[in-house]
Write a protein that binds this ligand. Sequence first.
Ligand SMILES: NC(=O)c1ccc[n+]([C@@H]2O[C@H](COP(=O)([O-])OP(=O)(O)OC[C@H]3O[C@@H](n4cnc5c(N)ncnc54)[C@H](OP(=O)(O)O)[C@@H]3O)[C@@H](O)[C@H]2O)c1
Length: 338
Amino acid sequence: MTQMNTRVLLARRPAEHLVAADFEVDTQPVKSLHDGQFLIKNLYLSLDAGFRQWMNEDSGDNYLSSMPLGEPVQSIVMGTVVESRNEEYPNGSVVMGRTSWEEYSIADGSDLMSILEPDPNVELHEYLCSLGPSGMTAYFGIMDIGAPKAGDLFVINAAAGGIGCIAGQIAKAEGCSTVGIAGGTKKCQWLQDTLGYDQVIDYKSTEPFEQQLQKAAPQGINIVYDNVGGTMLTTMLGQLAENSRIILCGAVSQYEREGGHQAVGNMWELITKRARAEGFMFSDHVDRYPEAIEYITTMLTSGSLVSPVSWSDGIESTGQGFIDMLAGKNLGKCLIKL
Ligand SMILES: NC(=O)c1ccc[n+]([C@@H]2O[C@H](COP(=O)([O-])OP(=O)(O)OC[C@H]3O[C@@H](n4cnc5c(N)ncnc54)[C@H](OP(=O)(O)O)[C@@H]3O)[C@@H](O)[C@H]2O)c1
């Protein structure tokens, strides 16, 4: 019997904020495999805010191409190999890689694909969360660029998201005092109660963000972990301590902005404060994943890391799940269970 594959396609270029009609669900027969290929039955799809950037027209860059219309939306996925013409990926292997929003993916071992050797003490989906791209991004940003020292004031935005949740707890474990920025009173309360942030800032409250930041960091910020970019980053650069480090991880406030990314201000502060700002991509560090996985697994299995997930069920829920994540409705990492 022909196996059918339900997929979520990018139906049109989004006009600023994503809406459900930007996506289309279709069902197609699974194609036959060529030599070197294998078929993955996807178990989980990872929703990662960064992919929003590459849904835009002409958004291709040195990292990824602009997503083609009429094709499934790109995504990090985890699944089981159910048919194989590639001896390195035999049937039954549990794999993770970058394919698409679809129930079945055909892969050839490229595009961040790897076989997982899950720790039996860790839930499998964790390899898309704290032990997957989100955790790797949190860890390498903090360790390599943030270079945390005990007593540093660490400030992170999108603090309740997939990366933010893990990064805040790693910074705390490294002895930093942590300030989490997120949108909404309830979310901020959750950041303190569940994730242990020392201070929180609700950037959606009526009190101006700049004023809240000055109160939270009267002596200046030692480490900025920036997931948001734009005017929020500009304000944070205006509140730096000397010799501070700025981890440039993402720019989620900019991905839906008509006219492209806006310029960031307060750059003079980098000079007078002898600060260092550096961008990075988690995938630059594949050879050092074992180091990060060991560090984070120790935190997880000792009960010192909370790794929250906002779950959605079924392939049809994927588009709305992604829209909700960008709107800040998630607490922690967003995953689709297939
Ligand atoms: N460099 C790398 O290797 C790498 C790898 C993966 C991801 N990233 C980047 O990391 C960032 C976080 O990604 P994620 O997948 O973990 O997503 P996420 O944080 O789980 O979700 C995005 C969150 O951003 C916040 N947000 C959305 N629009 C905002 C705005 N205009 N101003 C302030 N906050 C806004 C929302 O929460 P609240 O508004 O409630 O706070 C939302 O929930 C993204 O910028 C992504 O591109 C970088």
